[in-house]
Design a protein around this ligand. Sequence first.
Ligand SMILES: Cc1ncc(CO)c(N)n1
Length: 217
Amino acid sequence: MKNWYSVINKKTENILSSIKTHAFITELINGTLPNDVFVFYINQDALYLSEYKKILAAVGTKCSNDDDTQFFLDSATGIIYVENALHQQFLKNEKLTEETSPSCELYISYLSRLTHTCSLEEALAAVLPCFTIYKQIGDYILSKQDNNSNNPYKDWINTYSGEDFEKSVKKAIAITNKYAESASPNVLEKMNKAFIKASKLEWLFWDSAYNKEKWKI
Ligand SMILES: Cc1ncc(CO)c(N)n1
């Protein structure tokens, strides 16, 4: 199938718009998101990213094309820098937890399971929303900023609406589309499921941060 991403992107428009209208995002846009909620989110995101980078490296080693492998290994390395920057800026002087929230754990575990026990095509489809949704949400938030300099979260906003991230998102889409081109209908169906599930988990991640989700026991 040609241009698989544009088809699945359309199919998941409802998930993207649910993220755009989520209180976490609307309050991030107008700068009223409570600091403790943002800190909870960044703390969980740091825990998420430290596993996600290993997942990207694993996806990279599954690719047979050298350029594709390099891309995922570079993305994994890039995440280490992002993590450190976010840590230093938003988490200094904060009390942090090492315990992943249930939704964070679920997202990491889902990606890890697909990467290690399913086909490369499914793994590629599962990790893609982390790129594409953050790009779309980053651009959306930036488009709603009249005076970005007053927003306490502007550095976070600029990270995901920037050009470097855009290049990387385009490349991730191109690689996944290339594999989809020669995939069977059965594999394409599995790729769709993985992309949809991971997109829902993106929504859940914001929602769980907004509610400062705890383990019930
Ligand atoms: C949960 C989540 N998904 C995607 C990204 C973008 O890398 C992120 N930082 N966190």
